[in-house]
Design a protein around this ligand. Structure first.
Ligand SMILES: Nc1ncnc2c1ncn2[C@@H]1O[C@H](COP(=O)(O)OP(=O)(O)O)[C@@H](O)[C@H]1O
Ligand SMILES: [Mg+2]
Length: 267
């Protein structure tokens, strides 16, 4: 999968640093994410990957540096999280954050309304009236669910808690996609999945990309990265130690060194 260095830069981290009381979780990090690509961040546990996502969404204040987004190069560190969502960024978390008692469809509708109205809690309280109000939204939600084959749409009126683990993680991705973001951030989308489930989610991410979405994902699973990523960044101790194609990065001496003693690079 070739990276395209002529594609527009959708997100640029410039000398980004986050110091947690002496721990440099992110340390002078500069990287660029290109529009239309699937970009992967790899790195051992504790290398600063999730902190980078949390800084992008402004869940933490950065110690220094900037994160520029879109053609206008707005510094996300100047914006509150809801404004960052409204600018066109959506993320999943490493652990599930669904509403287990809402149906699969309602989970997607709530995610859509939180982007459009910032009416997160009112949407939560009244998902049924929300559905009645806006047939267009329901159609869009169903269209998003249909990107995952029959897996989610066949369960659309069942509570999210009734889905298998892999399908709950798919639903999280669907919630991101439904808000039509310019950039989707996925934090370890196949964590805890078996190889068959992992293959299925790889195909889902490729399908989402084919629909025109730009994806930045964090992943431990090298198979997933090899299968989907146009461009890979490797982190260690909060810094970028390698970048390039999967092959270039996975064979880079600094990357092999970073994984040795922590976990072997798996193919
Ligand atoms: N909220 C926090 N407070 C203090 N230290 C944190 C916090 N979040 C992350 N860290 C530290 O920052 C480093 C990077 O963590 P993280 O970004 O979660 O790594 P990764 O996602 O690559 O496994 C770790 O040393 C972690 O303990
Ligand atoms: Mg993490």
């Amino acid at each position: 999968m070739a990276a395209d260095d002529t594609a527009a830069i959708i997100l640029a981290s410039e000398s980004l640093t986050k110091n947690f009381g002496g721990v440099l979780a992110v340390n002078d990090l500069s990287l660029e994410v290109r529009e239309g690509e699937i970009t992967a961040i790899i790195g051992p546990n504790g290398s600063g990957k999730t902190t980078f996502f949390n800084l992008i969404m402004h869940l933490y204040d950065a110690t220094s540096g900037q994160i520029l987004f879109g053609g206008e190069r707005r510094n996300l560190l100047d914006l509150p999280t809801h404004e960052i969502n409204a600018q066109g960024l959506a993320r999943t978390f490493q652990t599930l954050r669904l509403f287990p008692n809402l149906t699969v469809l309602e989970n997607v509708l709530v995610a859509m309304s939180s982007r459009v109205n910032a009416g997160f809690f009112s949407a939560l309280a009244k998902p049924k009236s929300l559905r009645r109000q806006d047939k267009g939204a329901e159609e869009a939600a169903l269209e998003t669910l249909s990107m995952f084959g029959a897996r989610l749409i066949s369960m659309c009126n069942e509570p999210a808690s009734s889905l298998s683990y892999a399908n709950r993680r798919r639903l999280e991705i669907a919630r991101c996609v439904a808000s039509r973001p310019k950039l989707i951030l996925l934090d370890e989308p196949v964590a805890g999945m078996n190889p068959t489930e992992t293959r299925g989610v790889i195909e889902d991410i490729q399908r989402i990309h084919e629909k025109g979405h730009t994806v930045l994902l964090i992943e431990h699973d090298m198979k997933l990265v090899e299968g989907v990523a146009h461009r890979v960044f490797a982190f260690d101790h909060g810094t970028k130690i390698a970048e390039g194609t999967f092959r270039e990065v996975s064979t880079h001496p600094a990357v092999i060194e970073a994984y040795l003693g922590k976990r072997a690079v798996r193919h």
